[in-house]
Design a protein around this ligand. Structure first.
Ligand code: ADP
Ligand code: ADP
Length: 233
């Protein structure tokens, strides 16, 4: 039932002769179906923690178990493999490929996963429907609004049916009305049973989550249920 078990992880960067202690002993457990926001001021370690959770990098010390697999000491190739299987990423800058249609962008993770073409199209169309873009499947990113592009990115994050959706400042490039639309989409995706981890410095965005973890100086300052949303029974 636990998708994430982080036990006392540290991450140190060596910059010249200095050691930057970006994470100084962080422990977090996240269960399937949770909706968690990670907050904290600039430099508190959010990006570093996101890189750990997303299996983009390995910790200096401690242990990280992702959906039952200890990924703390894996090689880059093994990390990439587990990342493609377990994590759906949504970034501030959408990161869509400009020459591909919206549907093709949404299907990309299935190519890496070796899913046959017929199934790719079927599953691509399914996720495009989930994000409300059935009428934009053949459009290219530059023919779409920022909100629509982010919906394509959410579709791409869902298509592999990952154990976690990891979103890094997903509304950072959107106006406030579009941000509300995208956050409603995350609410729906959570209600459909997905585990969501949201990294943000915006309080009103974090308020969509059911649990808020606050970092300070590479440590968990607080980790609490968000009283403002109705908790699942
Ligand atoms: P946040 O995302 O909360 O702004 P970061 O995780 O980016 O925090 O940074 C935490 C600390 O680690 C900062 O002092 C930052 O300068 C440092 N840091 C982050 N990444 C690196 C890196 N690749 N090399 C050296 N120092 C880094
Ligand atoms: P954020 O917008 O989350 O604060 P940052 O600007 O802190 O992002 O970091 C962007 C990227 O640069 C991250 O991948 C982080 O690890 C890296 N980084 C941050 N600080 C440093 C640093 N002092 N030296 C090298 N890389 C860094």
């Amino acid at each position: 039932n636990k998708v994430i078990e982080i036990n006392n992880i540290t991450k140190f960067y060596h910059v010249g002769t200095e050691v930057v202690k970006a994470l100084q002993g962080v422990s977090i457990t996240i269960k399937r179906g949770e909706y968690v926001a990670i907050m904290g001021p600039s430099g508190s370690g959010k990006s570093t923690l996101m890189n750990m959770i997303g299996a983009l990098d390995t910790p200096t010390g401690g242990q990280y178990i992702l959906n039952g697999t200890d990924v703390s000491h894996l090689t880059d190739d093994s990390l990439a493999e587990i990342r493609n299987k377990e994590i759906g990423f949504v970034f501030q800058t959408f990161n869509l490929l400009p020459r591909y249609t919206a549907l093709e962008n949404a299907m990309l993770p299935l190519i890496y996963a070796g899913v046959p073409k017929h199934d790719r199209i079927k599953r691509g169309e399914e996720v495009m429907e989930k994000v409300g873009l059935t009428n934009r499947m053949q459009h290219r990113p530059n023919e779409m609004s920022g909100g629509q592009r982010q919906r394509v990115a959410v579709a791409r994050a869902l298509v592999n049916r990952p154990s976690i959706i990891l979103a890094d400042e997903p509304t950072g490039n959107l106006d406030s009305k579009t941000s509300v639309d995208i956050m409603r989409l995350f609410d729906e995706i959570h209600q459909a049973g997905n585990t969501i981890i949201l990294v943000t410095h915006e309080e009103d965005i974090a308020q969509h989550a059911h649990r808020i973890i606050r970092l300070r100086d590479g440590l968990v300052e607080s980790d609490a249920i968000n009283e403002r949303v109705e908790q699942p029974v």
